[in-house]
Design a protein around this ligand. Structure first.
Ligand code: P6P
Length: 337
């Protein structure tokens, strides 16, 4: 029997990375494998979401007499569970948890990393079958090993991230993660139940023709942003260039598409939300890290996202991310606006 060595699974890839760095402890590889396992479990339930009427609404009991959980609560439990029982993570912050969750056991207290998660972003799209996703960020702990982690371990600038990634539960299930060595994507192969390398060394095109923004908030955006959006539209009319507006309402999908094809995603401040809607630590920082490693840019309109100093776990931030040339053009409009 010949083994198809061309197909590299996530586990093989992370172990190969480990072999390239003999001094590495393997904790990051282990953490990424744990995330892949949780993502596979979440994927099974997300794919059944359309059957909720059969399986029962959240809070009800299903035919097996088990309590049916809301999918984002289920997703949080899956990621928290595998990370708690792994050897690499000392605690997590999550959109689903009011405060940090400290694992506080002997193994976890000696782990190197903390993980920050949006376990299931865009979950309001589940009932209309729009792709949703998981977003994760990995930070090195600051507190001494052997002790429980604390909030300060999580309130670090995004430039301190060791790794970051996302999972898209869409037409296929794709896990993308970045370290400083590059961005790589793995598509779940149901026939073997493994994530397999499908998008090696992902790069964000420096230019693009796709802009992603919620036009419904247009009149709430600051002048420079309104002018940039109009410029994107005028390009289309004036130059016949194929500028296209694409906005799915699921940032994982919008940003993934722009990462591959080139484009810009914007979630500006709006009336009543001076800090915007998106969360800094577990939505914007992971994507900012990934896009910068892939050659793109990410800001809050004034400052590099990765340099923003967090003040609390659930901080929000205005968010602009994508192809470098589009981000630089946006910056000109914001500065002149
Ligand atoms: P709006 C989903 O709820 C989310 O957090 C992101 O995934 C998405 O980009 C954004 O909110 C959409 O927000 O206000 O445009 O519906």
């Amino acid at each position: 029997m010949t083994i198809n060595r061309k197909i590299q699974t996530l586990d093989e890839f992370t172990i190969q990375q480990l072999r390239n760095f003999p001094n590495a402890t393997g904790e990051l590889s282990g953490l990424l494998r744990d995330i892949g396992l949780a993502a596979k479990r979440v994927n099974v339930e997300v794919n059944k979401a359309g059957l909720v009427d059969i399986l029962g609404d959240a809070g009800s009991m299903n035919v097996q007499g088990e309590e049916v959980k809301k999918l984002d609560v289920y997703a949080n439990d899956q990621f928290a569970g595998v990370l708690r029982h792994g050897i690499s993570c000392a605690g997590i912050a999550s959109e689903e948890l009011d405060d940090i969750l400290v694992f506080d056991d002997e193994i976890s207290n000696n782990s190197k990393y903390v993980c920050l998660l949006d376990p299931l972003d865009g979950s309001s799209n589940i009932d209309v079958n729009v792709a949703i996703g998981t977003i994760f960020s990995v930070l090195p702990r600051l507190s001494p090993k052997g002790s429980p982690v604390n909030t300060a371990d999580f309130l670090q600038q995004g430039i301190k991230q060791i790794a970051a990634g996302y999972v898209i539960y869409g037409s296929s299930t794709l896990l993308v993660y970045a370290t400083r060595r590059g961005v790589n994507g793995f598509t779940l192969d149901p026939s073997i139940g493994e994530f397999t390398l499908s998008h090696p060394n992902m790069q964000c095109p420096p230019a693009g023709k796709i802009y992603s923004v919620n036009h419904g908030n247009y009149f709430q955006y600051q002048t420079g942003i309104q002018q940039y959006i109009t410029a994107c539209q005028e390009k289309n009319a004036a130059t016949g260039g194929p500028y296209t507006q694409r906005y799915i309402g699921s940032m994982v999908s919008d940003i993934h598409r722009n990462l591959i094809k080139g484009g810009i995603f914007m979630y500006p401040a709006i009336a009543g939300r001076p800090e915007g809607k998106l969360r800094l630590l577990y939505e914007c920082n992971p994507f900012a890290f990934i896009l910068e490693i892939a050659g793109g840019k990410a800001t809050n309109g004034r400052q590099r996202t990765l340099e923003i100093q967090p003040t609390s776990v659930h901080d929000r931030t205005p968010f602009f991310i994508g192809s470098t040339e589009m981000m630089e053009e946006l910056d000109k409009y914001i500065s002149a606006g």
